[in-house]
Design a protein around this ligand. Structure first.
Ligand code: 13P
Ligand code: SF4
Length: 349
């Protein structure tokens, strides 16, 4: 078995990461990864790892890796009693929503998300009062109380398909302003952002034909990228292929060559032959791609790391298994309602 000893764990990690992680770090991290894999086996746990996990963790301990949609599916399917979610809190909550009988652990209690923090269940109830009968789609990057008020969830890989599946002239789409604008463009819809005082509403807001109603939440990582970044890199490297996550602004997405979920971007790089790529997303993912595609050149603007994903380390993952922490719970009444919205999404994806 590849991870049977510290030495074989190191060999596996070294083969994938020799150009990405410094040697002295790799030795130490291989010891941690070995310990984690032993504990995982003993406890009967499964580790799910989001594509944004740091390279040494990503390439050693997860049983399954992927984007939010793939990991939600895995969380629903696993037969293990404990799920350790190496990702942020809303992802671990989704696992608990789908598998209430399982123990769901998140290695850091501080792994939040600026999008999830931008909206509450109460905000959604207010919007539903303002736009009665209009179906509510929420991006999976929100907490359980928001999902509970929702008709259907979506992720970055199925957002447009989810909106179209509703066959409704008007849709409320929460909470990511940029993802909503990107989906509006893709589905040929017109988007408005509600104001608290109806007297300030624009004429567009009174005409609900073919509209999407958005919310001003943003990803603190993806909002940083600009069209100027792309222009500057293209000037220097005219053959660069630019990929942007749909949480980037619509202008950035439009100026890019490809936009998709984290896993869709990984697949795109793997399947295309360009010599160099610029990835407008969380920086660890660039390292994770390079580890698997060493012949390709990944250009970097700077180290744009999600502070929340960054909370999840190998040390914290080991301690999660060792001390059974931090357990994620969702009140049953909220969980049942939220599950309907997540199940509906999984069914149509
Ligand atoms: P994906 O579903 O594309 O993996 O996105 C998750 C996320 O948090 C992006 O910032
Ligand atoms: Fe949230 Fe952005 Fe971090 Fe993803 S990258 S977890 S959307 S803050």
């Amino acid at each position: 078995m590849e991870y049977a000893t510290v030495e074989s764990t190191y060999d596996m990690m070294h083969a994938a990461l020799k150009d990405v992680v410094p040697e002295f770090e790799l030795r130490y991290k291989a010891e941690l990864a070995f310990e984690i894999n032993q504990l995982k086996e003993k406890i009967g746990a499964v580790i799910l790892g989001h594509n944004y996990m740091e390279p040494a963790l990503y390439h050693s301990v997860p049983d399954f890796k992927g984007d939010s949609l793939e990991l939600s599916r895995r969380a629903a399917d696993t037969d293990k009693g404990t799920i350790v979610f190496c990702g942020v809190r809303f992802m671990a909550e989704t696992a608990k929503i789908l598998s209430p009988e399982k123990t769901v652990l998140i290695p850091s209690a501080r792994a939040g998300c600026s999008l999830a923090a931008s909206i509450t269940g109460e905000d959604v109830r207010e919007l539903k009062k303002q736009y009665p009968g209009v179906p509510v789609v929420t991006y999976i990057n929100c907490y359980a109380d928001v999902k509970a008020e929702t008709d259907i969830c979506c992720t970055s890989s199925n957002a447009a398909a989810v909106v179209e599946s509703l066959n409704s002239d008007t849709v409320i789409f929460l909470p990511d302003e940029y993802l909503a604008q990107n989906v509006a463009r893709e589905t040929g819809r017109h988007i408005i952002f509600p104001v608290k005082d109806p007297r300030q509403a624009s004429p567009e807001e009174t005409n609900l034909q073919y509209t999407m109603i958005g919310w001003r939440g943003r990803c603190e990582v993806h909002e940083k990228f600009t069209v100027e970044d792309i222009t500057n890199v293209r000037k220097q490297f005219p053959d660069v292929v630019v990929l942007a996550h749909p949480e980037c602004s619509p202008e950035v997405v439009e100026a890019s060559d490809y936009s998709g979920s984290t896993s869709a971007m990984i697949k795109f790089v793997k399947d295309t032959k360009a010599p160099r790529y610029l990835l407008l997303t969380e920086c660890s993912m660039g390292d994770n791609i390079i580890a698997e595609n060493p012949e390709k050149d990944m250009l970097r603007l700077c180290s744009v790391r999600c502070p929340h994903m960054n909370e999840i380390t190998l040390e914290q993952t080991r301690d999660a298994l060792k001390f059974n922490r931090y357990e994620v719970d969702v009140p049953e009444e909220i969980r049942v309602k939220a599950k309907r919205a997540v199940d509906r999404m999984i069914q149509i994806s």
